[in-house]
Design a protein. Structure first.
Length: 232
């Protein structure tokens, strides 16, 4: 998303808890080492901004892969904190900046797990459903100020994060990594994983004037998920 918005001509600010990932970002980007779930840190980042056109509340963690009765409360809270409270804090501190300009775009990252639910991923699914409720409320509250809010729901996205999910699900289900991968792929109409650029393209579109009347929407970029419980 950052690369896509950079290409589209935006000045990019990124936050992350991974110092190495930030170091790999272009030097032209404003880079901040901060947790999305840390209110003090997030308040500090937004306090440095003179204005804000587009917010992508994208921070998230996979959380535990286990049956609900086997999930520790601390693991539940950690997952919900980053995925839901991180989006809330970003919106909380972005809203005044956008209201002052009477324009802006907020895009939160949900998931197809926030549309269908997901076995063995209760805290993640719950958080991703909740961010959709947050987004729809933001659209209603902020629309009179010319601010739009939408949610992107990625499916299975190629990359290291998904590889971790595949490994954990394979272990939990007694399957191989390749079996779980195939289950995800055949569970979509397109029979393929999504690529990061597909999500970025949607974020850039939602930020553009071409989407000027698109608000309060839940948009899946997933190749049309047919089966929310991947299996062979």
């Amino acid at each position: 998303m950052a690369e896509g918005l950079d290409t589209a001509g935006y000045e990019v600010w990124v936050t992350d808890v991974d110092a190495e990932a930030l170091a790999d970002c272009p030097a032209t980007w404003q880079r901040h080492l901060a947790s999305a779930a840390d209110e003090t840190a997030m308040r500090g980042v937004f306090a440095q901004m003179d204005g804000l056109d587009v917010l992508c509340a994208n921070a998230g963690i996979a959380g535990p892969t286990a049956l609900v009765e086997d999930i520790a409360l601390e693991d539940w809270r950690a997952c919900v904190s980053v995925n839901l409270e991180g989006a809330f804090l970003a919106a909380k501190y972005a809203a005044p900046l956008m209201k002052a300009a009477r324009r802006g775009v907020i895009t939160v990252t949900s998931s197809t797990a926030g549309i269908y639910g997901y076995p063995n991923r209760a805290p993640y699914a719950a958080a991703k459903w909740a961010v959709i409720g947050l987004m729809k409320t933001l659209a209603m509250e902020l629309g009179p100020f010319g601010i739009r809010a939408n949610a992107i729901c990625p499916g299975a996205v190629e990359g290291p994060r998904m590889e971790g999910v595949l490994a954990r699900e394979a272990a939990a289900k007694g399957m191989t990594r390749d079996q779980v991968y195939e289950g995800y792929a055949v569970g979509t109409s397109m029979r393929a994983f999504v690529e990061a650029r597909d999500i970025a393209d949607m974020a850039v579109f939602l930020a553009s004037d071409q989407a000027r009347m698109v608000s309060g929407q839940v948009i899946a970029v997933d190749g049309h998920t047919e089966n929310p419980d991947p299996k062979v």
